[in-house]
Design a protein around this ligand. Structure first.
Ligand SMILES: [Zn+2]
Length: 117
């Protein structure tokens, strides 16, 4: 059985074509319900699994507000390119973008006197 791989629209049960990542869960919608949704952030489900997996690392809603601001443009860019391109170069590009994002977020961390544990 490979029915487990089928994703369904959470509103009508039709085959879902769109996915949106939240801080700790995913939302799934069919074309019709996606068209009716005013919120942004939806991605085509046809995305390669490796790309989809990588996109999780661009989530920022769990961060404090100041760091969300730093992280969001990277997430937006990652979503943009991931919705347009595919393949090994996309994966490599997203990996590098992810590294850049992590560095910049660390750069934006408030200075701390705490010793590392
Ligand atoms: Zn639907």
């Amino acid at each position: 059985m490979c029915d487990g791989n089928k994703v369904k629209c959470e509103l009508c049960g039709e085959t879902a074509k769109w996915i949106r990542w939240n801080s700790n869960e995913t939302e799934l919608l069919c074309d019709a319900h996606r068209a009716a949704d005013e919120m942004s952030g939806w991605e085509r489900i046809a995305m390669h699994p490796a790309t989809k997996e990588m996109m999780k690392n661009f989530r920022y809603k769990h961060l404090p507000p100041a760091l969300q601001e730093v992280s969001k443009p990277f997430c937006d860019l990652a979503r943009d390119v991931a919705s347009k391109y595919e393949g090994a170069e996309l994966t490599a590009g997203l990996r590098k973008l992810l590294e850049a994002k992590d560095c910049i977020v660390r750069a934006a961390l408030p200075p701390s006197d705490d010793e590392p544990e």
